[in-house]
Ligand binder design. Sequence first.
Ligand code: NAD
Length: 337
Amino acid sequence: MITVGINGYGTIGKRVADAVAQQPDMELAGVAKTRPNFEAEAAVRNGYPLFAAIEDRMPLFEEAGIDLAGSVTELVEKSDVVVDACPSGVAAQNKSMYEEYDTPALYQGGEDADLVDVSFNARGNYSAAAGASHVRVVSCNTTGLSRLLAPLQEQYGVEKARITLVRRGGDPGQTSRGPINDILPNPVTLPSHHGPDVNTIFPDLAIDTLGMKVPATLMHTHSVNVTLESTPTAEEVRDRFAEESRLFLIPERLAIDGAGKLKEFAHDAGRPRGDIWENCLWEESISMEGNDLYLFQAIHQESDVVPENIDAIRAVTEQADARESISTTNESLGIGL
Ligand code: NAD
């Protein structure tokens, strides 16, 4: 059994904790929280041992009637791997703590690539994380792009990828984010950070990315153009994508016209929190013009990195190869819409 601790129990951390608890080869050592808010109560309700992320704040939990299992250093000490899901920048400050206890750590996409030994995507470079001490699971958008580009590069060769990312302004719980009534080129300058981030997984891939932000919370949407080195038909590309376990091809008959219906679909399918771990590609958007591939895909920012964190845990502990890990993760979570 791999013992896993989660430091930072917010949007990503709580989902990774639930996923760890579902794995046949992992046990959840506990989760660390800074304050006794609604998410701390949820952790207690789920029966997860709760640790104080900041020692001075332990009395706050006591006052709220929440029993603590200890402080974060105890969690780190008893874990084989820690998943750090703290806000961007905070995780970097935790690195020395993980080093002190000699505990391998996974960080999230908000951290700089140079904080870690390797940036990770299960489909893209699983084996690169073997035995690493500090691994960054790339962001939701980079995860979505890596899953899409890996089979294209392997099967057809990629001459150049050009992607426009229409990004949600914030997550549903992020009441202070925006815009609330605007459409922002973001960043205005090129490239957006996503292209260089994809290059942390595929160093030689030619990719240009542009970013926008819109008043939405549900999902990101990517407008994709990839110039291929060969000329498959659109149907061949669709069939190739259909073989990928974390790409969901939205059939036309479902009449799903956007992120709202996709989320409804996920809720109706009984997905926890309406999560969609897979990239969602509109099947009929997949088109070839010469050797240019075009398509639209939507990415559920709150959950697509969850299976990737689970695979990264097995990769750093060298407990399974990519195929085995992806298959165990998919089966235990119920991936495949
Ligand atoms: P979040 O704000 O929802 O959760 C972070 C949690 O960490 C909060 O509960 C916060 O109270 C807690 N925290 C703050 N300081 C802490 C500390 N010192 N010790 C322990 N816990 C602390 O953030 P999130 O959206 O889950 O993002 C976490 C990371 O995941 C970031 O790097 C982010 O870029 C990345 N990420 C986020 C998304 C997304 O869409 N939300 C998608 C992919 C990757």
